[in-house]
Design a protein around this ligand. Sequence first.
Ligand code: NAD
Length: 311
Amino acid sequence: QFQNVGFIGLGNMGSRMVNNLVKAGYKVTVHDINRDVMKMFTEMGVSARDTPYEVAQDSDVVITMLPSSSHVTDVYTGINGLLQGEKSIRPALLIDSSTIDPQTTRKISLAVSNCYLKEKRESWEKPVMLDAPVSGGILGAEAGTLTFMVGGPEDAYLAARPILQSMGRSSIYCGASGNGSAAKICNNLAMSVSMLGVSEALSLGQSLGISPSTLTQVLNTSSGRCWSSDTYNPVPGVLKGVPSSRDYNGGFASKLMAKDLNLAAASAKEVGHKGPLISKAQEIYKKMCEDGHETKDFSCVFRHFYNGKDE
Ligand code: NAD
């Protein structure tokens, strides 16, 4: 249904997602404030435009993959933004894959639904925004194996699926606008807390005389088993091929985890939800970043926070 796809935000994730869209045969038009990265794409034969507004002129679908809520708001509603104060726009579908808070997603989605389509499409009256944040990291973006968690009208989700499938292996429909963003920040909250729990348990175990490998074996065959113990273990040498076994390089940076916990805290505050573990995890990851480990994988809490082996 859609062939002309605009893409804004060509960073670690976005640049790899664009490569997969191009491979799948979509006609892609890109934009980023970083001119060097735009040049890299034009040299590969991909069209680049100077503003989000110009991307919108050429695209039936626009995907954004930006650092945070303020960047997404700016790209949609700022000067030269996708909507640029216009009532009629060309793109029928706007997909935001950035990790942002659901409240911002819902505000932007409302602004989109107040617009009209420049050219009416069969059974498609108005432009629609979907929130479709991802799980899978840089490796998943590269391999085209991301998981999308999607919020917005279901018929728009079904129309977007072929595009999402060219960049990911699975997508989960989460319900109304903002629910994809909510799913993403809740998943990362659970992941951060389970990582802290496993790190604290393995560190205490070590102090009590049981090796992390043996205790991991126990956890993984008992009720303490979770992704942080059996797939992404934080203790160097327990599992091969995970960040803890390569000095916590690669993987999911502590600063991104800190950012996602800030989103969880802000969202919880807005709906009056008590979250004692959000505050504790936030405090620990903030300290990790202040201590200079912001680019290390988030599982480095084991070494730098619990095990006291700071370099
Ligand atoms: P990044 O910082 O590498 O890339 C962001 C890109 O957006 C940069 O190229 C930057 O120049 C561009 N940009 C910033 N402001 C802009 C603007 N106003 N207009 C146009 N371009 C602009 O970030 P990333 O790692 O690609 O992550 C993007 C999003 O995906 C974030 O919300 C992040 O939380 C989420 N995410 C990242 C990972 C990961 O492992 N890196 C995993 C899942 C989700």
